[in-house]
Structures are given as C-alpha cells and as structure tokens.
Design a protein around this ligand. Structure first.
Ligand SMILES: [Mg+2]
Length: 181
C-alpha cells in the first residue's frame, strides 16, 4: 500500500479563527499576504504559528505520508502560506469553486466529493476543522472498503496542536504496509 496522503487544510487548522473576543493565540505571528488575483494594496492578514512548520516537517520527513494542501487557498497555499512556515513546495488539490453559502451544503464538507474522486482508493489522513458526522461516516466507510482513512479535526479557534500530529503518526505507523516496511 502506498503511503497515505496527508490532506492539509489551512483556515481553522494553521490559521486559527479569532475567538469571541477577536483575539488569536499568542503563539501565532501576524503576516500580510496577497493571494493570487488580489491587488497588492489589499493584502489579507493571517496568523501563523512558526512551530507548525517544524512539527509538519517532522512528520513529512518520516516519509510515512504524502502531504498535499487541501484548502480554499488552493495554489496560494504553496506559494504564500507554506513558505511562511518554512515548508517545501507541496502539491495541492485544485478544489472547485462552488457557489455556496455554507461549508456543508449537503450536510457534509463541501470539499469532500472532489477529494473522494481525487483520492480514488488511496489511504488518507485528512486534517480539517470542519467535518460533520457524515464525513466521519464516509471515513469509516472508506476504511471498511480497504482505504484506511483518518479524519483529524482541530478546534478552529485553536488550530493544530502537536497531539493531532502524534495521533496521525501513531495511526499511520499501525497501518499494515507501514509495519511491513
Ligand atoms: Mg478549515
């Protein structure tokens, strides 16, 4: 079995959402970035935790997963966000741009149908803050069909914690293929 893909979301995972008081964790540093298609005098402010780059690199270097951005930042994840965290150029899932007013237009994460087709029968770890119960059922169904699937769901106000990556590496290292190599 190939190494599982590691699908990485950004908003609510690497960029926490402000809490009710409009503040972000003290661990995060402010950056102003200009996404593709946006005017340079109209940047977007993002908050990133420099530790996340190191933690993700520790996982990537194991070779146990194949990292891929899976975020509405699309290519900007690779060109803007990744470099700010010291990450190498990673591929990204070129998500569609549906006209939606909720992230769960059909009761589950809007990215999922595209990701499902993109993955085929490949195993995957997917870190996103926005799964519903239907997404967790989807993951269980994939796993039952022989495509092991782990969903890791950070709290969007806190974002990624080291324990999420420990959960990921523990899960991956227990897959049959990982044990065999
Ligand atoms: Mg998100």
């Amino acid at each position: 079995m190939r190494p599982p893909y590691l699908l990485l979301d950004i908003d609510g995972v690497l960029i926490p959402f402000p809490d009710g008081h409009g503040s972000t964790p003290a661990t995060h540093a402010r950056h102003d970035v200009v996404p593709a298609g946006r005017s340079a005098d109209n940047p977007v402010t993002v908050w990133l935790n420099p530790d996340h780059g190191r933690l993700l690199m520790d996982v990537i270097r194991t070779g146990l997963v194949t990292p891929v951005w899976c975020t509405s930042w699309r290519q900007d994840a690779t060109t803007l966000i990744g470099p700010l965290l010291g990450l190498p150029t990673l591929p990204y899932v070129d998500l569609p741009r549906p006209e939606i007013t909720t992230s769960h237009p059909n009761g589950y994460l809007w990215k999922r149908d595209h990701v499902d087709a993109w993955l085929g029968d490949a195993p995957a770890v997917w870190i996103d803050d926005d799964f519903t119960g239907l997404d967790h059922a989807w993951a269980a169904e994939r796993t039952a069909k022989g495509a092991p699937t782990l969903l890791v769901q950070p709290d969007p106000n806190h974002g990624l914690w080291p324990g999420h990556l420990t959960e990921l590496t523990t899960w991956v290292s227990q897959l049959p293929a990982a044990r065999a190599t």
